[in-house]
Design a protein around this ligand. Structure first.
Ligand code: HGY
Ligand code: MN
Ligand code: MN
Length: 399
């Protein structure tokens, strides 16, 4: 029987973590560096400590458990994901990857395996972009951090860093020496319907889509809702609504392989009896390659009379062939079905791909639902994913 993780131990961790920041409808709200997220991070270090593992927190707040190689100069194989969530998100997004990584370290330690690498289970700061997006993994990879005008707003960022005791000027100290990294490997739920639809147990991720986000502001003229004739209005809310509908039609009709989302829309002054003078639209779109993203960006803003402010940009990222081979090989060894697929969601793996061999494996999401309290993956699939993570890590540690 191939070495297996301790499914019971993983389950009890999963249930304990899901209770931290739990929302009334069974989801979690662990927005980056909020109280629940900080509590989850403390809990994670306690679990690592209780397992006799070394723990560390870097200058970007990334939290790690480590199982050191005997050779003090051994390189590190990073396994991980993120404990932060979207507001009112699901229990599996990010959490499964961090807990499975911790479980891999405990399983290797229990088996007294001597590996030529240090194994590190890492929880990256602000993967979800409540503050910046991929903040912790960008810092580890030494990539530029967008802190002046971040996605979640400057004030929110400053307040969150202060709450977590992180110094903005030191975030970049978290950068790792790439020569000390063997690879990065992440287990994650698919967050889409393909694996479940195909009846496949493991997804081997080939690439991660690129994403771009913008703040689009429509200016109208605030006016009395009762006395202003309909043909005499400059209604910013109407302009924004037409833009949202146009974005949807362009993508559906002209860019079938792309997606675009308006996830937030705010009208000012925001009163029943005032025609909106301003409308703030948060737009994000994603596609698999740079050329499509460029064409889509030009098309969406063509002829639009609004202020357009770029906010964040993540490049399309191919994942490493060695890591893909290790994941597929582990799934085969465990007798699990697998298929290759791209990721429509962004992940820390795309940051790490800039500095080391980086790869991901997915497990099915029930009905493809994610970023929603109804997010669910069967426990068998979670355990399968953790075992593939274990065996892919063992394979990569020998290369
Ligand atoms: O937004 C994403 O794609 C990821 O869930 N952070
Ligand atoms: Mn995630
Ligand atoms: Mn997510």
């Amino acid at each position: 029987m191939k070495m297996q993780i301790d499914a019971q131990r993983l389950r009890s961790d999963f249930d304990a973590l899901a209770a931290i920041g739990v929302t009334p409808d069974g989801g979690v709200d662990r927005s980056a560096l909020n109280d629940a997220h900080l509590e989850a991070r403390r809990w994670f270090l306690e679990r690592a400590d209780a397992a006799g593992l070394e723990t560390a927190v870097d200058a970007a707040g990334n939290h790690s458990a480590l199982l050191r190689a005997h050779d003090a100069n051994a390189p590190t194989l990073l396994l991980g994901s993120h404990l932060d969530s979207v507001p009112n998100g699901g229990r599996y997004d990010g959490a499964l990857g961090v807990l499975a990584a911790l479980e891999v370290l405990r399983t290797v330690r229990d088996a007294e395996l001597e590996l030529p690498v240090t194994l590190e289970a890492i929880d990256f700061t602000d993967e979800e972009g409540t503050l910046v997006g991929l903040l912790g993994s960008y810092a580890v990879a030494g990539l530029p951090l967008e802190l002046a005008n971040p996605r979640g707003g400057r004030d929110v960022l400053v307040e969150a860093l202060a709450r977590a005791g992180l110094e903005e000027s030191r975030l970049t100290d978290a950068r790792r020496d790439p020569s000390q990294l063997v690879a990065y490997l992440e287990l994650h739920i698919e967050q889409g319907p393909r694996l479940e639809g195909a009846g496949v147990q493991i997804g081997v991720v080939t690439a991660i889509v690129g994403a771009r986000s913008f703040r689009v502001t429509f200016a109208g003229r605030a006016a009395h809702a009762g006395t202003t004739p309909m043909d005499a209005r400059a209604d910013a809310g109407l302009a924004a609504a037409r833009f949202v509908d146009r974005v949807n039609r362009i993508v559906v009709e002209e860019f079938p392989d792309a997606v675009a989302t308006v996830g937030a829309l705010e009208l000012e002054p925001g009163a029943f009896n005032v025609v909106a003078g301003l409308a703030h639209v948060s737009l994000e779109f994603r596609a698999q390659d740079e050329e499509t993203l460029d064409r889509l960006q030009a098309r969406l803003f063509e002829g639009v009379d609004a202020q357009v402010e770029p906010v964040a940009r993540w490049e399309p990222t191919p994942l490493d062939p060695d890591v893909r081979t290790a994941i597929a090989g582990a799934a085969d060894e465990l007798g699990l079905s697998w298929r290759e697929l791209t990721s429509g969601a962004g992940h820390d793996a795309q940051a790490l791909a800039n500095v080391t061999r980086s790869g991901m494996l997915f497990v099915p999401s029930q009905n493809g639902v994610s970023h929603n309290p109804a997010e669910h993956t069967s426990w068998d699939d979670c355990v399968n994913g953790a075992n593939v993570l274990l065996h892919a890590a063992l394979a990569l540690s020998r290369r």
